[in-house]
Design a protein around this ligand. Structure first.
Ligand SMILES: Cc1ncc(COP(=O)(O)O)c(C=O)c1O
Length: 375
């Protein structure tokens, strides 16, 4: 079976894990946690990073730090993995879903603008925060979203779980990486992500106060010293030293992983470009996607193609069901029609794109797809 996306543990992972065992630092304190935070912050170009147990807890913490409370509204991408939106509900806040746009498959800034201007005109309350996911490695149109958030005084949180290393190459954000532009950015190191720590996450911010409070709240809000004194309700959202050791080893290889992901995407693009009715992944102007998951839109529904490829020993996966189509979110307000998100979920299919995928394996995937989709 050619897998969809598997970890590549060919660096210093075993050595650093062994170091944790040898020094007895296996839990939530240890030098690798500090090192992972520092090196991650340097890589993405953010002054502060706080390691968390996973990406979901990073998003939850960002919402807490933004002051999102029961009854508040949070604008959120309709087309994303459910973990983007679930923490809004943990806070008792109300998600307001925003449909995708065609250029990036991400949150549609035009729908956001229309809503915020209408609210401003009517003197209606503004959402507390906007939580935008950069899906599948492709940046969202953040210059526009940031301008709107700045104009209307809304907290901007980026869910960059799937887009570590994606960068803006033109316009006002040129040279900036995703996750570093909003008030806070969240990353995931789940097993299928571009780097993995087994499970883990990171919250980054330019704001020292937010970072300091984030570290405090994610580590049980315990004040330093011998007295077990907690000045707030804290959370055990810490990353273990073992996980951080894996993360450090993976981070060393990230530039090579990014290069490989982009090379695989170029090869797929070239080979699949002519197939009738097939839409290739977005390559928007002024942005450099990582193509974390190389995903195409088929001429029709994904089911038969997924089954046919599975029959040939090739693992693929559909994209997500749009949030507005699932029970926990069906009653949420939706900006836009939801048709773009629905189309992505009907026709979207991710192809094998592990960094360990060989050219020969990729050629087999391409040949199978060409055969299956031949008219
Ligand atoms: C867009 C997105 N947000 C959030 C998450 C949650 O991350 P984690 O699994 O580390 O909690 C993931 C992936 O798992 C994701 O793809």
């Amino acid at each position: 079976m050619i897998p969809l996306a598997v970890p590549n543990l060919s660096g210093n992972e075993a050595r650093y894990l062994q170091d944790c065992l040898a020094t007895n630092f296996v839990s939530s304190v240890g030098p690798y946690v500090d090192r992972f935070e520092k090196e991650f912050a340097a890589f993405v170009g953010s002054p502060h990073a706080v390691a968390t147990a996973n990406g979901t807890t990073a998003i939850h913490m960002a919402l807490i730090l933004a002051g999102v409370q029961p009854g508040d509204e949070v604008l959120v991408s309709d087309f994303t993995f459910a973990a983007t939106a679930n923490p809004i509900c943990y806070q008792g806040a109300r998600p307001v879903l925003v449909d995708s746009e065609r250029d990036t498959w991400n949150m549609d800034p035009a729908a956001v603008q229309e809503e915020l201007e209408a609210r401003a005109q009517a003197g209606a309350p503004m959402p507390k925060a906007l939580l935008v996911a950069h899906i599948l490695g492709c940046p969202a149109k953040l210059a526009l979203l940031k301008a709107l958030c700045d104009r209307f005084g809304i907290f901007l949180i980026e869910d960059a779980a799937e887009a570590l290393g994606a960068v803006y190459t033109d316009g006002p954000l040129a040279g900036r990486q995703v996750g570093t532009i909003g008030h806070m950015g969240c990353f995931s190191f789940n097993g299928n992500k571009i780097i993995t720590s087994g499970g883990g996450g990171m919250l980054v911010t330019r704001d020292w106060t937010l970072a300091r409070r984030g570290k405090h709240l994610t580590t049980q809000a315990k004040l330093p010293g011998y007295a077990y004194f907690h000045d707030e309700i804290g959370y055990n959202y810490r990353l273990t030293n073992l996980a951080a050791a894996l993360g450090v080893a993976q981070l060393e290889q990230l530039p090579a992983f990014l290069e490989r992901k982009r090379a695989l995407a170029r090869r797929y693009d070239q080979a699949l470009a002519g197939l009738p009715g097939l839409t290739l992944p977005p390559r928007p102007e002024g942005m450099d996607s990582t193509h974390w998951l190389y995903s195409i839109l088929l001429p029709g529904a994904w089911g038969p193609v997924l089954s046919a490829l599975e029959g040939e020993g090739i693992q693929t996966r559909p994209l997500w069901t749009a949030l507005h189509r699932m029970p926990p979110y069906a009653a949420c307000p939706l900006l836009g029609t939801g048709e773009v998100a629905q189309d992505l979920c009907t026709r979207g299919l991710s192809l094998p794109c592990s960094t360990t995928l060989t050219d020969a394996e990729q050629d087999r995937v391409i040949a199978s797809l060409q055969r299956i989709l031949a008219p």
